[in-house]
Design a protein around this ligand. Structure first.
Ligand code: CP
Ligand code: NVA
Length: 301
């Protein structure tokens, strides 16, 4: 059974295969070529957190592939009233052909895969956001022509985005640099793996991390579930912003990326955001193409 629970589960070859397929599906969609590779299949989409991009791109994606998507809010499912994941997994496996889940604990996603008998796709947890990073890699390759040897810099909270970008970047041959305040580093297991497997640095210095970057990436200072810390985090992260002075130390043609939603004049200034809107919205579009590739590779016959 092929799942997509976190990027470290997939080899570099599997990631590159998915990116190539994502490019092909993008080309075909733009040229009106049908690709009903998951004809008649149903994807259940469980959400315990809000979503614009993930929800819509998965629903449109499965429709493009000839299947249908079923939106399942955990508030309305029995899982939200305490029905065990073990039982939910076994029940849903009898009806569906695959599940995409967005939730808090990574363990819940892993448990669905353990107890169910259909492919599970991680649509974001507190630990990682692998679907987003597949779209990010597709976007960097589109704009830069290649990934290997490029420098990807992430500025801000060492959160789910940072964790997945580090793994995805290193696995595809990029140098990855992270700038974050002390105490807000990416997860220790990710930092250890990155230091042992690629060119990786984590520093408090934004200038050092951003120097000569090909792509600069940021994300919100307070993630979903951290709303109560938002005010305190504004103070802690106030210098960890992509602005024109950060851009001046990156390569002159550096691209700017954001998974969205963005908070203007917090993690990114409005002017930098708007002058790189083309890249940022290509990135959002690529969620659709990258996730279609992931669904085909996991759910396809
Ligand atoms: N980037 C991302 O996952 O967006 P949504 O929260 O809108 O799905
Ligand atoms: N780090 C953010 C990403 C949103 C796509 C969050 O978890 O809320």
């Amino acid at each position: 059974m092929k799942h997509f629970l976190k990027l470290s589960d997939w080899s570099t070859e599997e990631i590159m295969q998915a990116l190539d397929l994502a490019d092909k599906l993008k080309y075909e969609r733009k040229h009106g070529i049908e690709h009903k590779l998951l004809n008649g299949m149903t994807l259940g989409m469980i959400f315990s957190k809000s979503s614009t991009r993930t929800r819509v791109s998965f629903e449109v994606g499965i429709h493009d592939l000839g299947g249908s998507g079923l939106f399942l809010s955990s508030r309305d499912l029995q899982i939200g009233r305490g029905e065990p994941v073990e039982d939910t997994a076994r029940v849903l496996s009898r009806y569906l052909d695959g599940i995409m889940i967005r939730t808090f604990a990574q363990k819940e996603v892993e448990d669905l895969a353990t107890y169910g008998s259909i492919p599970i796709i991680n649509g974001l947890t507190d630990y990682c956001h692998p679907c987003q990073v597949m779209a990010d890699l597709q976007t960097i390759r589109e704009h830069k022509g290649n990934l290997d040897g490029r420098k990807l810099t992430y500025i801000g909270d060492g959160n789910n985005m940072a964790n997945s970008l580090i793994v995805g970047g290193i696995k595809t041959g990029m140098e990855v640099a992270v700038a974050c305040p002390k105490g807000y580093e990416p997860d220790a297991d990710i930092m250890k793996w990155a230091s042992e497997n690629g060119k990786f640095t984590c520093t408090e210095s934004i200038e050092e991390a951003a120097s000569d970057a090909d792509a600069l990436y940021t994300d919100v200072w307070a993630s979903m579930g951290q709303e109560a810390e938002a005010t305190q985090r504004k103070e802690i992260f106030k210098n960890y912003q992509i602005n024109s002075s950060v851009m001046s130390v990156a390569k002159s043609d550096a691209m700017v990326m954001h998974c969205l939603p963005a908070h203007r004049d917090e993690e990114i200034t409005a002017d930098v955001f708007e002058s790189h809107a083309n890249e940022i919205f290509d990135e959002a579009e690529n969620r659709l193409h990258a996730q279609k590739a992931i669904m085909v590779l996991c759910m396809g016959k």
